[in-house]
Design a protein around this ligand. Structure first.
Ligand code: F6R
Length: 595
């Protein structure tokens, strides 16, 4: 989704913005733009609905212009207003003295727009973000200071924002945030701000995260204001994101690289956690109280991982568990004895963040399972467990799913030991099983490489797929269907195998692809027979004897994790055969910051 970078550097800002915007590409975008200060003070805005290469071309056409180190840039993922050059950020006020890039939503944009229009402002676009430019313009009338003007303007705004504001003439840049991530960093090359650490990681060693309501000026003294009052900057965090982590090396796409990385990252995650599992230390170190019920909240792939963890807690701990789609969480009735486990690789998913403010989690402790320990979710939660997958660039989640499953399972086993719901002996046996997961993933990868290509050849013309499973296999079937539809744009329906006969069986005809995730459930065979007798073309992912034999421990409480790899490979290979961009599927974004 939208991404922001801003800098005041000793060298021309364009040198940094063009690299930083490329680093934001993975989030998904439909237009891109920069505002750059030229020597002499004028600000030049360059925007395009093309890719970043088109922006490079525009920059190339300004080769005669000498730029200062002040600039702001943005990748846009349209929400208000169609995808046009005019609607791309940065936006400007009536005078062109204020340029703004914005992530988030201005909820009262319509009423502010009407008010500002009555006061004589003219708007160039229907985009909510443009309102911010005119509000700041108003507050600067009569020589108001930029930082004060930004603070006062934002006090009239309802909604969420991360913004960077560039002032013509002075080249001053103010940044501000509420409900949308933004971080700033001071380095010997200058000062930077970004909505995503990936944008500026090449140049920084540490960074500070803005709290809701903060306004900060990008200078070496970093004037930090909260609610209009100058405050001390928050503690700095070390930046451990390195650009070499996001190089493709010999891979053609990130999806392939990230699928292949899974055995290695799974081993690394386990190395970090395993010593605290059978003794309950991993849980005890979080300082959370015991719980009598678990509520798991997430979206998409993270919800699928949450369902795996939910099954484990039910089966090992005999605890009641509910799993909730984050965007529907507000309808939930909280339980005083519940722990809320919020699962989100980005930690910035708006639906999950809103769920944290809803009555669903009223009075509950919140534990965040995330791949971003500096995220808004991590800051909102009472405790955090990192899934430690490393940077994931492919928009469709792959290794973060596996790492969520592993770290969430390890933590919940530890919790059950600490709460005397699981014996240390049983937990030790589970730890031994967990240690085998990286090898199982590596073996699954080898099997998938041989087994999936002929299946892809056979299904290339199929326009719909059904994925089925039972029990612990079901979340994996759901994840397989989600990956297939995301990457191939083909219909894929996941259905509990026992539900087939209650409706979805009507979809099955001769040759309909049925992907079965077999976790050893005895009743699955009957359901498979039901589709076979209607001519469905069945592919089973399961224990030895399956068409894709990738599951060697059907009793693992985290389910048939080995099935993950062929499901991902099937989706990616079919998508490539169909000519899709597997790293940037249409209409999707890596970090979904709108509700
Ligand atoms: C699927 C996918 C999405 C995300 C979902 C939640 O491949 O990537 O379904 O899982 O948007 O995102 P996070 O985990 O960042 O909360």
């Amino acid at each position: 989704m939208c991404g922001i970078i801003a800098c005041r550097t000793h060298r021309p800002a364009s040198e940094y913005l063009r690299i930083g915007l490329r680093r934001l590409e993975y989030r998904g975008y439909d237009s891109v733009g920069v505002a750059l200060q030229a020597v002499g003070g004028d600000v030049l805005r360059l925007r395009t609905i093309g890719r970043i290469n088109s922006l490079e071309t525009l920059l190339g056409q300004c080769a005669e212009t000498e730029f200062t180190g002040a600039g702001i840039g943005h990748t846009r993922w349209a929400t208000h207003g169609s995808v046009t050059e005019d609607n791309a950020h940065p936006h400007a006020d009536c005078t062109g003295e204020i340029s703004v890039v914005h992530n988030g939503i201005i909820e009262n944009a319509a009423s502010l727009r009407a008010e500002l229009a009555c006061a004589g402002h003219s708007f160039a676009t229907p985009v909510d973000s443009e309102v911010l430019c005119h509000l700041i313009e108003d507050e600067r009338l009569g020589g108001g200071d930029l930082v004060d003007a930004v603070h006062k303007a934002l006090s009239r705004v309802q909604g969420s924002w991360a913004i960077a504001v560039l002032e013509e003439g002075t080249g001053r840049i103010a940044v501000a945030a509420k409900g949308s991530p933004l971080l700033v960093a001071h380095t010997d090359q200058g000062d930077f701000a970004a909505s995503d650490i990936a944008a500026i990681a090449d140049w920084i060693d540490e960074f500070r995260v803005l709290e809701d309501g903060d306004v900060v000026e990008l200078t070496n003294t970093q004037r930090w204001c909260h609610a209009g009052v100058v405050v001390s900057p928050p503690m700095a965090s070390r930046c451990d994101w390195r650009s070499e982590d996001v190089e493709l090396h010999d891979y053609t796409d990130y999806m392939a690289k990230e699928i292949d990385e899974q055995p290695h990252v799974a081993a690394r995650v386990l190395d970090g956690l395993i010593g605290g599992v059978a003794n309950g230390r991993l849980w005890n170190d979080l300082g959370l109280p015991a719980f009598g019920r678990l509520q798991v909240i997430g979206c998409g792939t993270s919800l699928n991982a949450g369902n795996v963890i939910a099954n484990l807690v039910r089966s090992l701990g005999a605890l009641p568990v509910t799993t909730v789609v984050a965007s529907e969480a507000a309808a939930q009735v909280p339980d005083p004895d519940q722990l809320c486990l919020a699962v989100s690789q980005s930690g910035e998913t708006a639906d999950v963040l809103r769920a944290m403010e809803s009555s669903a989690v009223d009075g509950s402790y919140v534990l965040a399972l995330t791949n971003n320990s500096h995220s808004t979710l991590a800051r909102l939660a009472d405790a955090v467990i990192e899934c430690s997958a490393g940077p994931e660039i492919g928009v469709a989640a792959s290794k973060t799913f596996v790492c969520q499953v592993i770290s969430g399972s390890a933590l919940m086993i530890s919790a059950l030991v600490a709460m005397n719901r699981l014996s240390a002996g049983a937990a030790t046996r589970l730890v031994d099983d967990l240690r085998r997961v990286p090898d199982q993933l590596a073996a699954a990868s080898t099997v998938a490489r041989g087994a999936i290509p002929p299946i892809v050849d056979e299904f290339v013309d199929a326009d719909g797929f059904i994925f089925i499973g039972r029990g612990s296999g079901l979340p994996y079937a759901a994840e397989g269907a989600l990956k297939l539809k995301e990457l191939t744009y083909r219909w894929a329906e996941c259905c509990p195998a026992g539900e087939l006969k209650h409706g979805p069986l009507a979809l099955v005809g001769p040759g309909t692809p049925i992907v079965v995730v077999d976790s050893g459930e005895p009743k699955l065979a009957c359901n498979v027979a039901e589709v076979a007798s209607r001519g469905g073309r069945i592919v089973t992912l399961g224990p030895a004897g399956s068409s894709v034999p990738v599951v060697d421990n059907v009793s693992a409480p985290w389910g048939p994790i080995g099935a993950t790899v062929p499901l991902q490979v099937l989706a990616r290979s079919l998508a490539l055969t169909l000519g899709r961009d597997v790293d940037k599927p249409r209409n999707l974004a890596k970090s979904v910051t709108v509700e």
